[in-house]
Structure formats: C-alpha cells, structure tokens
Write a protein that binds this ligand. Structure first.
Ligand SMILES: C[S@@+](CC[C@H](N)C(=O)[O-])C[C@H]1O[C@@H](n2cnc3c(N)ncnc32)[C@H](O)[C@@H]1O
Length: 251
C-alpha cells in the first residue's frame, strides 16, 4: 500500500498508536519536561535517546523554546520522519545512532539533560548498564537523566499488582484500537508505504535483521542501582502509574 501521507500526520498517528500501550503517555512526558526545566533551566542542551519519530523531542521543544535537542535512534525510517517533521526547526537535530555500538556517542558533545521514553527496555541488560556508564560521562555535573518506561512488576513477588497492571494495559489497548488508533503493524505499513520513505524502509529492514527475540526484562531496582554505580548522585522515581515509571538520575 502506498500513500503520500504527511510526516506530521505519521507523527500524530505514532502518538495515538503509542498511547494505546501507555495510558498516561502525556503525563509521563509532562513529568519529564517539568523536571528538565526545574533542574537545568529553560535553555538546556538535551539528548533524546532512542527518539523514534520525535514525540518527546516535540514536547521538549514546545515546553522549552530555548532548548536545543539532539535526537538519536537506530531506525532509519523513524529518523527520516523526525528529520522531515522538524526540518524548519534549527534547534532540533535528528541523527542515526545504534546504542548497541559503543561508538554511538562519538562527537555528540555533552548535555544538560538526557531523556528517553519507551525505549531502553529494547536493550540487553549488559548494554543498558554500559549506556548508563556512558551517560554519566555525557551529562554535565548537575545535569539530569530521565527515563520513562514500563518496568514490569516482578510477577513472583507481586502477583496481584502484576495482574492489575496487565489488565490495565489490555483495557487501554482495547479501548484505543476500538476508537481508531493504528496497531503497531498498521502504522509501520503506513510509514513504509509512503513513496518518499521507500529507501529508509529498506534500510530499516537491514538494521533490524537478527533482532527477533526481545531482551530479558530488568527491574526498577536494576535501573536504579546501575545508575548509582555509573556515578549518578541522586537516583529515584519522579512519576509512576502502576508499573509505568519515570526514573530520574542527577549527575
Ligand atoms: C517504542 S519506540 C519509542 C520511541 C520514542 N522514544 C517514543 O516514546 O515515541 C522504541 C525506540 O527505541 C529505538 N531503539 C531500540 N533499540 C535501539 C538501539 N539499540 N539504539 C537506538 N535506538 C534503539 C527504536 O528504534 C524505537 O524508535
């Protein structure tokens, strides 16, 4: 299916699709933007880690017009969409970077804040720990790292909370898809079918080859301890809905 859909519409539909999996995605974004503003001021240099097509970048740019955002992701199609959506914004820059490759941070410089959303659970636990040590070197003293993600309850020790969170997820998905949100697969078909993204879609196929199995999940405790070990000072949570958290770490 080929449709000449506008990149801006792809981003809007991505947001709806992602909100099917994250009931309070907007609140999560607000919590992240609030803490960035409070801790590092209105004109920060921000890194959006595993940015997708730029949802959190958009929120930071809207909330903090003095910000400069560098947005990185390994997916060529998502980077192509982000680049097009923000083409007229000189303070937002999208670039390819694969966090599995330790060279991902070369030439990025330092940041007042690094933010991320619904992404770091895609990393293997060892890669996640390595990235946290690397972030400690990328963020200036007093700067902050904020990560919004589902960090599943441990079903063995918290069976009821686990079931509650699973049911809530299920209900949110049913409601969102029944009221017109694209499914994950439908959204990708739409994006890859846009004539201008044929080449980026082909590159995407290549870059995800061999990544079929999701990595093992890690706990909230793993994130907090890895960040402490990496050299962050204050480490804790600044927002939570069931098993959906925003973790903050101050350098
Ligand atoms: C569910 S999307 C979330 C995107 C965006 N942060 C948002 O909240 O809409 C997960 C993102 O992580 C990216 N990602 C996964 N593994 C990555 C890696 N090794 N390096 C860079 N990006 C990665 C994917 O390409 C994808 O854009």
């Amino acid at each position: 299916m080929t449709t000449d859909i506008r990149p801006e519409e792809l981003l809007e539909r991505w947001d709806r699709q992602q909100s099917a999996y994250i009931r309070h995605r907007n609140q999560r974004f607000d919590a992240i933007a609030n803490v960035v503003e409070e801790l590092v001021g209105p004109n920060p240099r921000v890194l959006d880690l595993a940015c997708g097509p730029g949802s959190l970048t958009a929120r930071i740019r809207l909330r903090l017009p003095g910000s400069t955002v560098v947005s990185v992701d390994k997916d060529p199609l998502l980077i192509a969409i982000g680049t097009d959506v923000f083409a007229s914004d000189p303070q937002a820059q999208f670039q390819l970077a694969d966090l599995d490759d330790p060279a991902w941070l070369d030439h990025l410089g330092t940041f007042d804040a690094v933010v991320s959303s619904t992404a770091l659970h895609w990393l293997a636990p060892g890669v996640l720990a390595r990235v946290y040590f690397e972030l400690a070197g990328l963020i200036r003293p007093g700067g902050v790292f904020l990560n919004g993600d589902h960090l599943q309850y441990d079903a063995a020790t918290l069976p009821l909370l686990s079931q509650l969170a699973e049911r809530d997820d299920q209900q949110q998905q049913e409601q969102a898809f029944a009221t017109g949100a694209d499914s994950w697969d439908a959204w990708w078909a739409l994006a890859a079918g846009r004539p201008g993204y044929v080449e980026a879609a082909a590159q995407r196929e290549l870059c995800w080859q061999g990544h079929d199995a999701p990595p093992p999940k890690v706990t909230l405790g793993y994130h907090l301890e890895a960040l402490r070990s990496a050299g962050f000072g204050e480490v804790g949570t600044v927002w939570q809905y069931l098993d959906d958290y925003v973790v903050a770490a101050i350098r």
